[in-house]
Design a protein around this ligand. Sequence first.
Ligand SMILES: [Zn+2]
Length: 264
Amino acid sequence: MKTSIPNNRTFAYLNWKQVDALPRESTLLVLPTAAIEQHGHHLPLATDTLINNLLLGHALAKLPAEMPIYALPPVHYGKSNEHIGFPGTLSVSATTFMAVVRDVGASLAKANFKKLVLYNTHGGNTSLVDVMARDLRAEFGLRTFTLHGSGGISFEGLDPQERAYGFHAGEVETSFLLAGIPEVVDQSAYTANYIADITRPELLLPENAPATFAWLTRDIAESGVLGDPHLASAEKGERWLEEAATRLAAALQAMARYSDRQGS
Ligand SMILES: [Zn+2]
């Protein structure tokens, strides 16, 4: 797969002697977690992995050269059983996902690394990543951090209906890929599907709400899209990508500088 991670930030391009020479206290390693799962008729299975790579790559490119921050190879497979029934979705169980993250953490701890970031861009992994960050801290003493999606940017210009009810393969994800890897987007194959209209708000939402329902895509979206990609554009994607990269880079630098806060 194409990568946006700069060569000099790619952990797996190092040999073991170079890894051994890295400063253990200050080196910050970033483990991307994503998914291989259906994204409607117009986006590829690897969408979450590609977006992760795009955003992280642009964030890493903004960091001061002297900061020892590296991207680990991504965990491509995520917990995607909300998309079962759509051919191409390759899901792992929660226990498998957590075991892989745990074993990578164990390997890093064994090599005496101290700081690990779990950078996740697939909603189905979110709760597992939060669990694993604490477990790696407790079990191996690793200083662990989590980083999610676009780093909390406001997505200026995003359609209000999409902001409220766009969850998957809609305006945001399509714009990111139009900006970064347009050749993988089939702009002739857009489909749209909303579970509700902002003029008649719903109390129960699929996620990011106080009251949710456990959802399977096939129950609520025949094409696999939960949202609408029609207003997506490369221009929006480039703007959001730049903002997200700036936020993610700031977060990574804060993590690199972080030390225990005991109070005084
Ligand atoms: Zn996605």
